[in-house]
Write a protein that binds this ligand. Structure first.
Ligand SMILES: Nc1ncnc2c1ncn2[C@@H]1O[C@H](COP(=O)(O)OP(=O)(O)OP(=O)(O)O)[C@@H](O)[C@H]1O
Ligand SMILES: [Mg+2]
Length: 369
């Protein structure tokens, strides 16, 4: 007989979505979300527009109700706890600073709401201003700051009350590319220094790969893949992730055979390609192969690769640090190869025939898409 007390209490992660669903009317926008986040982790929800990222963040913050399931924070159910009781910091794309309050007053706001004393508030605001390198800006109004500076103030305001969890929804979306990249590092460094847990939302895959400990790739309200950036990039589990993250070559074919050490794909006209069997299960299935452009070898060296084909060059473009070639391989155009620009490099010219090769381990057989 099993006694209730002997049953193990489920070990919850610091943040845990457990069977969470969200529907608007008959439309399900988040379906059966199960996601655990460790304390101190930086996890990014990445996905195209409308995939349900903001909805998940809003349910965690308490601004959206759950249609089913529950969310746990530090072991406690928060599914029906009001937002202000959750003690979560938030940063949005629009800085949402109070325009009539000074920068210092904006940062002090969450402390006053928590009835922190004057002296401690002043000290914490000074520390927060130093953290975002705007020490001398406390007396200015938000309108007197640049976009990047305002976003740093929004970040300081979200962190000043020392929440253990901070949510950020496209916080860098309004900034230009260079400033965005600087701010990515700034946010990462502050997060690492404070050890705060961050759930970050973006549709920018390079931002997600740069900043996160783990990335959850969303599509259609479901996590397609969850893992560290390297794994998401190197080992996509399906065609959606392979297409969404970075650049990938795709070749269509039919599974000829699957064995323990991989699979053989028929790419037409008697051509076979060796690949890793990721998302294929039986001979005869249609599949899409995915191969990263930087893993492709060209010229005489290609002859040593497990997969080697004669290709026709369609275009070669100089990109400064690398050359980018588009070629027709296995009768399929648009195959991209990137070659680092080292001394004496030449890829040939349009119309030339060239050997192209890649390792079976760099070629993933995925669902046909
Ligand atoms: N209040 C609402 N009523 C009805 N549908 C909604 C509501 N809020 C969101 N949706 C729908 O839910 C889906 C997910 O929206 P959500 O805002 O979570 O997407 P997202 O991944 O954050 O997209 P984006 O990158 O564009 O911000 C969308 O199809 C959206 O139209
Ligand atoms: Mg959104």
């Amino acid at each position: 007989m099993v006694h209730a007390r002997s049953g193990a209490v489920p070990q919850r992660r610091f943040v845990e979505f457990a069977g969470v669903q969200k529907s608007y009317g008959s439309v399900k926008v988040v379906s059966d979300l199960n996601l655990g986040i460790e304390r101190g982790e930086f996890v990014t929800l990445l996905g195209p527009s409308g995939s349900g990222k903001t909805t998940c963040l809003m349910m965690l913050a308490g601004f959206e109700s759950l249609s089913a399931g529950d969310i746990f924070l530090d072991g406690a159910s928060i599914g029906s706890m009001p937002p202000q009781k959750r003690n979560i910091g938030m940063v949005f794309q629009s800085y949402a600073l109070f325009p009539h309050m000074t920068i210092a007053e904006n940062i002090a706001f969450p402390l006053q709401a928590r009835r922190i004393g004057k002296a401690e508030t002043a000290e914490r605001v000074a520390r927060a201003l130093a953290m975002i390198r705007l020490d001398s800006f406390g007396g200015r109004l938000p309108g007197q700051l640049s976009g990047g500076q305002q976003q740093r103030v929004a970040l300081a305001r979200a962190l000043v009350f020392e929440p253990s969890l901070v949510l950020m929804d496209e916080p860098l979306g309004a900034l230009d590319k260079q400033l965005r990249e600087e701010m990515q590092y700034e946010i990462m460094h502050i997060q690492q220094r404070l050890g705060v847990t961050v759930v970050y939302v973006t549709h920018d895959q390079s931002e997600a790969l740069t900043m996160s400990n783990r990335v959850a790739v969303f599509n259609g309200g479901k996590i397609q893949q969850l893992g560290p950036p390297k794994q998401i990039y190197e080992e996509p589990v399906n065609t959606f992730v392979a297409r969404f993250i970075g650049e990938n070559n795709r070749l269509d074919g039919t599974v000829r055979a699957i064995s323990d050490d991989g699979c053989t794909i028929d790419a037409g006209s008697g051509r076979s390609i060796r690949a890793v069997a990721v998302n294929v299960s039986a001979a005869g299935e249609r599949t899409t192969l995915s191969i990263r452009p930087e893993r492709v070898v060209v010229g005489p060296a290609a002859a040593n690769a497990e997969n080697c084909f004669d290709a026709t060059i369609d275009e070669v473009v100089f990109h400064g640090d690398h050359l980018r070639m588009s070629a027709t391989v296995c009768a399929q155009p648009g195959f991209i190869v990137k070659i680092p620009n080292s001394a004496g490099i030449s890829m040939g010219s349009p119309g030339d025939s060239i050997k192209i090769g890649w390792a079976a381990s760099d070629c993933r057989a995925l669902d046909h898409g």
